[in-house]
Design a protein around this ligand. Structure first.
Ligand code: TPP
Ligand code: MG
Length: 206
C-alpha cells in the first residue's frame, strides 16, 4: 500500500489530499512520513473513530471539488459509514479509494481474539458497490491481490472515480501496529490478563 501512496503522490504532487482511516500506518517502510507527499492530510488521529474517513472524504470533496482526493480505508471502518459512498456518487465526485479488505478488525487481533469470530466481518463485494449505489456509474473498480494487479490499477485513467479493493492477509500488519495493540491489551487487562495465553494475540513477526 505504501508503494501505491508514493506512486499516486508522484502523479499529483501539489494538489492531492489524503484522507485516512484510523488504522492505516502513515509512515512508509523506509520511515519516511507519507503525509509529506500530500498537500493536505485528513484523519481522525486524536479520536481514533472508525468510519470517520468516508464522511470526511465527502466533506473534503464538497469543500474542494477541483482537487484530487485519495482515501485509504479499512474494511471494518468502511462498513460503518459505507452509505456515504452513495452520496459521493450522487454528486458525481471522482476520488480514488483504496479499501483494504483483510477480513475484519486486524488491529483488534493484536489486543485479543487473533482468530476469534468477533474480529471477523462480512466479506462484502466492495468493488461492486459503486455500481450498486449508482446504476450508471462510470467508476472504475479493481480487485487487487498482487503488485502487478496494483500496477494495473494505478495505470488506469483518473477521469472517473477509481475504487481499488486490496485483498490482504488478516494477519499482515506492521510491527508498530501490533506492538501498540499488544501494549493496549496489557493496559486493558492487566499483567495477568488473558492476552498472555498462547496464540490469543496477533503479535509482531520476529
Ligand atoms: C467508532 C469506533 N468503534 C470501534 C472502535 C474500535 N476499533 C478500533 S480499530 C477497529 C477495527 C478497524 O478495522 P479496519 O478498519 O478493517 O482496520 P484493520 O485493522 O483491519 O486494518 C475497531 C473496531 C473505534 N476505534 N471506533
Ligand atoms: Mg480490516
Amino acid at each position: 500500500m505504501c508503494s501505491a501512496t508514493h506512486s499516486l503522490a508522484a502523479r499529483r504532487p501539489t494538489s492531492a489530499s489524503w484522507i485516512c482511516c484510523t488504522t492505516i500506518a502513515t509512515t512508509g517502510p523506509t520511515g519516511v512520513s507519507l503525509r509529506r507527499c500530500f498537500r493536505t492530510f485528513v484523519g481522525s488521529v486524536n479520536w481514533g473513530s472508525i468510519g470517520y474517513s468516508v464522511g470526511a472524504l465527502l466533506g473534503a470533496l464538497t469543500a474542494a471539488p477541483e482537487r484530487r482526493h485519495i482515501l485509504f480505508v479499512g474494511d471494518g471502518s468502511f462498513q460503518v459509514t459505507a452509505q456515504e459512498l452513495s452520496t459521493i456518487l450522487r454528486h458525481d465526485h471522482k476520488p480514488v479509494i483504496f479499501l483494504i479488505n483483510n477480513g475484519g478488525y486486524t488491529i483488534e487481533r493484536g489486543y485479543l481474539g487473533k482468530t476469534q469470530a468477533y474480529n471477523d466481518i462480512a466479506n462484502w463485494s466492495y468493488a461492486d458497490l459503486p455500481k450498486v449505489f449508482r446504476r450508471d456509474t462510470s467508476a472504475r473498480s479493481f480487485v487487487v491481490k498482487t503488485s502487478k494487479d496494483l500496477q494495473d490499477a494505478l495505470s488506469t485513467p483518473n477521469d472517473t472515480m477509481v475504487f481499488v479493493e486490496s485483498i490482504m492477509d488478516p494477519y499482515d500488519a506492521l510491527a508498530p501496529i501490533t506492538n501498540s495493540s499488544n501494549k493496549g491489551a496489557d493496559l486493558n487487562y492487566g499483567p495477568r490478563g488473558p492476552q498472555h495465553r498462547e496464540n490469543l494475540q496477533l503479535r509482531p513477526t520476529t
